[in-house]
Design a protein around this ligand. Structure first.
Ligand code: 6CS
Length: 346
């Protein structure tokens, strides 16, 4: 064997040995999302994976699971609380039976309209990271972060401009109980379903409407089985990322520090990604389905729904009890402070 061939062998042997060693040493973190490939939550989890693997020097390997691979939205929360997976998305729209207090984030006409103030509230609010985090912890979940995924848009078969138009509409909502109350107040006939059943339901006319951000309507193809996109401007889709609490509490301090930095970087990353994806999705849907009609409610029409939604905060506190009233009041104070700070900076 030539010297060069021997050197190559030695080099290859060492490289393989090192790779095997680091593979053996790598710890696996499983991260399950509630959405499909290319969707906002998946982009977040993939960027999380890239940063964590790089910054842990290969000592942590993150495996991302998309919707359906490990179960539906509610299954993922249970798997995380039980410690079978380390991280998952648990959106307030589905988490309401497990951590009822989280439903404050689903209240319409509450979060700030400006992206800056909304971003600030979702990443730093005392109500969320001080108070609500305790309710997560009591269920075995550690609240890692909260981020927005875009304005909720209704897809309907007929034009809807006022509550009376919804009288005969079976409206699919996510599985949190407050959403049933919200759509009853709006005048509809709400039905809670996991999203995997929505396309078929619309196609078979078992339901006639649903609500989601534009990127999701496009990727789940709901625009193929609908006729109108209705913009009310009442609520933002938000999601929380949670970790198993025992796993989180057992992390060494430097790992938690690294995760804090990753979290801060991802906050900006995901704000931009979701904005881009939502804007592109509307163009794509109108191209795919030229008959789709876009309806933006006027301020007067919007005010009617806003009025209908007024009792909802009180209903939520009545349903959930515990510290939910306090959390809601603190959240309102955090929102007012963020809006004031943004106005002062402009
Ligand atoms: O409508 C739903 O249930 C789903 N919507 C989004 C935007 N993400 C996941 C969630 O389960």
């Amino acid at each position: 064997m030539t010297i060069a061939a021997t050197m190559r062998r030695v080099f290859l042997g060492t490289a393989l040995g090192l790779a095997a060693l680091s593979a053996a040493a790598a710890e696996e973190w499983k991260f399950a999302v509630e959405e499909g490939p290319g969707d906002v939550q998946t982009l977040y989890a993939e960027e999380f994976k890239r940063l964590v693997e790089e910054r842990s020097g290969g000592q942590v390997k993150v495996t991302v699971y998309t919707y359906g691979q490990l179960g539906n939205e509610n299954d993922l929360t249970e798997l995380t609380a039980a410690g079978a997976i380390q991280f998952s998305n648990a959106s307030p729209g589905h988490l309401g039976t497990f951590v009822p207090e989280v439903q404050v984030l689903s209240l319409p006409f509450l979060l700030p309209e400006s992206d800056k103030a909304k971003g600030a509230v979702l990443s730093t609010s005392k109500a969320l990271y001080g108070s609500l985090a305790k309710d997560f912890a009591s269920k075995g979940l550690s609240l890692f972060t909260v981020y927005p995924e875009g304005e909720m848009i209704w897809t309907t078969k007929k034009e809807v401009r006022k509550p009376e138009d919804l009288g005969d509409v079976k409206f699919r909502v996510m599985t949190s109980p407050i959403l049933i109350e919200q759509f009853k107040l709006y005048g509809a006939n709400p039905v809670a379903l996991p999203w995997g059943e929505v396309y078929g339901g619309l196609q078979m006319n078992v339901i006639q409407a649903q609500v989601n951000p534009a990127f999701f309507i496009e990727s789940a193809k709901f625009h193929e089985v609908t006729d109108h996109l209705i913009y009310l401007g009442d609520v933002e889709y938000t999601t929380t990322v949670v970790a198993n609490a025992d796993f989180w509490d057992g992390l060494p301090a430097e790992r938690r520090k690294m995760l804090g930095e990753v979290r801060a970087e991802l906050q900006q990353f995901i704000l931009e990604k979701q904005r881009e994806k939502n804007a592109a999705a509307v163009d794509k849907m109108l191209k795919d389905n030229p008959k789709l009609k876009v309806v933006k409610l006027t301020p007067e029409e919007r005010a009617v729904f806003r009025k209908r939604a007024e009792p909802l905060g009180g209903k939520l506190v009545g349903m959930v009890g515990g510290r939910s009233g306090e959390i809601l009041e603190q959240l309102k104070a955090d929102i007012a402070a963020a809006e004031k700070a943004v106005a002062a900076a402009n």
